[in-house]
Design a protein. Structure first.
Length: 89
């Protein structure tokens, strides 16, 4: 699965990468090099981050689904116990 990002986000990432290189590296990075690096990172590392996010969401949803039974559980065969309690009053 290819990770797609919008042109606007892509431009913001490239600007951020260029700033990072200016402040932390010995040489700045140009637009073409930054775009190539971004493409590499998206293809090589993007799936790792994406899969981790999907896994985290699955765990969270599974936890919520398990809680549904607790939240909406109704005991069965309660008619007579309710009926008997009403008689005692």
């Amino acid at each position: 699965m290819t990770i797609e990002i919008t042109k606007g986000i892509r431009k913001e990432i490239i600007v951020s990468m260029q700033r990072y290189f200016e402040e932390n590296m010995e040489e700045p990075i140009g637009n073409i090099a930054a775009e190539a690096l971004l493409d590499f990172l998206l293809e090589e590392l993007g799936p790792i981050v994406y899969n981790k996010a999907v896994s985290d969401v699955q765990e969270r949803l599974q936890s919520r689904v398990m809680e549904v039974d607790i939240e909406v559980h109704e005991d069965e065969f309660q008619y007579w116990s309710k009926h008997d309690r009403k008689k005692k009053k």
